[in-house]
Each structure stands twice: as C-alpha cells, then as structure tokens.
Write a protein that binds this ligand. Structure first.
Ligand SMILES: [Zn+2]
Ligand SMILES: [Zn+2]
Length: 137
C-alpha cells in the first residue's frame, strides 16, 4: 500500500490527500513565494494530479509572474492558507505547500530556486541543489 498524506489549511475546510511519493520537492526563495507564505522561502511538493484528491472549495488567485509561466494560488476562503498552486509550466501536476502536511518526516527538497533572493542566514543542505532563477536543467 502506498503512503498516504494529508495537506490542509489552518481551519481544515480545504484539504488534499496525496497517495504515494511526490515527483519532486523544491524550495523557492522567489519574492512571490516569500509573500505567499509570509516566510523567507516556500517549499512545494509536486504530485501528479492522479495521486491527489481535493476536498473543499479553493479560492483562486492568478499571480503575476516575472517568467512566462503563470501560477494560480488555491487557498482557503475561510482562513487564507494556500494549500496548492497550479502552474502552466507543469501541466497535470499540482504543487502542494509542504508546510500544510505538518510532517517533519516529509522528503526534503532536492532543489532550491531563486538563490539570488535567499535570505542571508539560510543555508540549504548540500543535497539540495541551489540555482539562480528556476532553471534546473
Ligand atoms: Zn481554512
Ligand atoms: Zn517561488
């Protein structure tokens, strides 16, 4: 049986159940992620849609983007937590906010994007490859 995890907002009205492991996990220090989370960086776990089931109604906000890829934040209308983000760059895949799992054993990020905006006191582990911008190729 594959692993099952639940990500949810603070009040519990919006949740996502994820089956199995994420395709990848990445940290991001871009300014949009800083503002989205209120934290110095965001961490997202990318899951194919077919591994996910969503419960509750998300409010959507399409964020303006420096790159050509648009991202849509999905958040709880009641408490405001962003639970997942949909991006044009990754069709068929949803990025789930790792903090919403509140799981200290959640797999750590393999990538860290937007190193140029990383707060100076933060050091990602060596196993987490940091890039400028978001080009991991
Ligand atoms: Zn909520
Ligand atoms: Zn970001």
């Amino acid at each position: 049986m594959s692993k099952q995890r639940e990500a949810r907002c603070n009040c519990g009205k919006l949740s996502v159940e994820a089956q199995g492991e994420p395709a990848w996990v990445s940290a991001c220090s871009c300014q949009a992620c800083q503002r989205r989370t209120g934290a110095p960086f965001g961490v997202m776990a990318f899951f194919p849609m077919e591994q996910l089931s969503i419960a509750g109604d998300a409010k959507r906000w399409k964020r303006p983007c420096d790159s050509t890829n648009e991202a849509v934040h999905h958040f709880c209308a009641n408490c405001g937590s962003t639970v997942y983000v949909e991006s044009e760059a990754t069709p068929g895949i949803l990025a789930i906010a790792v903090g919403c799992f509140t799981d200290p054993d959640f797999p750590q990020p393999q990538f860290a994007a937007w190193g140029e905006h990383r707060h100076n006191w933060i050091a990602f582990p060596e196993s987490c490859r940091e890039v400028q911008g978001q080009d991991f190729s």
